[in-house]
Design a binder for this molecule. Sequence first.
Ligand SMILES: NC(=O)c1ccc[n+]([C@@H]2O[C@H](COP(=O)([O-])OP(=O)(O)OC[C@H]3O[C@@H](n4cnc5c(N)ncnc54)[C@H](O)[C@@H]3O)[C@@H](O)[C@H]2O)c1
Ligand SMILES: [Zn+2]
Length: 369
Amino acid sequence: MATMQTVQVELGTRSYPIYVSPGLFAEDGNAKELLRPYAAGRKVLIVADSNVAPLYAAAVERAVREVSGEETALCVFPAGEQSKNFETVAMICRTCAQNQLDRGSLIAGLGGGVTGDMAAFAASIYMRGIDCIQVPTSLLAMVDSGAGGKTGVDLPEGKNLIGSFYQPKAVLMDTEFLKTLPRRELINGFAELIKHAILFDRGLFDKLLNAGDDILTHPPMDEMTELIALSCGLKAGVVSRDEQEKGERMLLNLGHTFGHAIEKVQDFCGFEHGEAVGTGLAASARLARELGLLAQDEEEKIEEIVRKYELPMAIEDCKPEELLHAMYSDKKNRNGTIRLILPHAIGHCEVHHDVPDETILKIWESFLP
Ligand SMILES: NC(=O)c1ccc[n+]([C@@H]2O[C@H](COP(=O)([O-])OP(=O)(O)OC[C@H]3O[C@@H](n4cnc5c(N)ncnc54)[C@H](O)[C@@H]3O)[C@@H](O)[C@H]2O)c1
Ligand SMILES: [Zn+2]
C-alpha cells in the first residue's frame, strides 16, 4: 500500500488531522486505527447519498463497528444537490434521535460535498452540537469541501445560504474510492485542485500540468494521493490562518466570481460547478493579462491546464452583459463593487475591486464561441 499522507489543520484546541491513502477502508486498511480516538465506545451515524451508500457504506460500517463496539446507524438520502435542504438535515437529525445518539455520539459524512455539508451541519445542531468526521468520496470533497468546516444547506432563494462553521474531528480519505467516481465529477474536483495550485503552489501546478494522460481515465493512486495531500495542505494553511473568511480565505474564490456568474446565467442547468470554475480560472488569467498583472506565458499555461483537464473554454448561449450583471449579484461582493481574485503569477494571487466593467465585458466576449 502507498504511504499514508497526513495533513494537520491547525486550529488550537480544535485542530484535526486529514489522512489520505489508497485502501484506508480495505479490510487490512488503517481506518480502524485512525477511527479509534473518535469512534471507540460511541454510537455512530453514517450519512451517505443513494449512490455512495451501496458502494462504500458497508466497508465504513465494518471499520466503525469494530472500533465502536456498537451497531452503527445509517442515513441514506437521494443523491444530488436538490437534496441539500432543511428537510434532509431534519431527516438526519431524526435518524440520530431514533437511534438514540446522544451528546457523546458521532456523525460520519460519507460522500461528496453535498453529504459532507449536510452531515456536518446536522452534527453542528443536533443536541446543540455533537462530533463529526468526514469521509470524502468525490475529488471535490477531498480537495475542497471535506476539510475547512463550512457546513450548510441551500434555500430556494440561493445556494449555501444557511449554515455554520463547524470543524470535523478528523478527515479520512481513501483515494481508492475515486475509482467509481464518474469522469465529469473527477474533472469538477480537478478544477478546485488547479485553483489551489494557481493560488499558492507553482510546484503543484507543474505536477498537474505534467501528469500523464491517464490522469482522467485511470488516475494513478499514488499520484492522486500526493496531489490531494498537497492540495489539502494548502487549504489547511489558509483555514488555519483565516477560519471564518475574514481575509485570506477569500482567495479561495479564485475563478468563482466568473464561475458563479456562468452557473447563474445558465440557471444551474448548464456547466457543473467545477466546469464553471475551470472557465473562471481561465477568465481570471485572461483578465489579469489584459490588465498587465500577469505575463503572457503564465496566462497561456493556465489556459493549457484548463484544457488538459477538459474544462470548458467556451460558453454557449450566454450574453456578456448578463454575465457581468450576474457578477454584481455574487453574494461575496461588498459595497456594490465586483470583487475579483486575479493571478499575478502562478502561485500568487491578489484581491481586486476596481476592474472596469468594459474590461470584464471584453474578457467575457473572448469566451463566446
Ligand atoms: N463546505 C465547503 O467548503 C464546500 C466547498 C466546495 C463545495 N461545497 C459543496 O459541495 C457540493 C458539491 O460537492 P460534490 O461535487 O462532491 O457533489 P456531490 O456530493 O453531489 O457528489 C457528486 C456526485 O458524485 C457521486 N459520488 C461521490 N463520490 C462518489 C464515488 N466515490 N463513486 C461514485 N459516485 C460518487 C455523488 O453521489 C453525486 O452524484 C456543493 O453542494 C457545494 O456547495 C462545499
Ligand atoms: Zn468551488
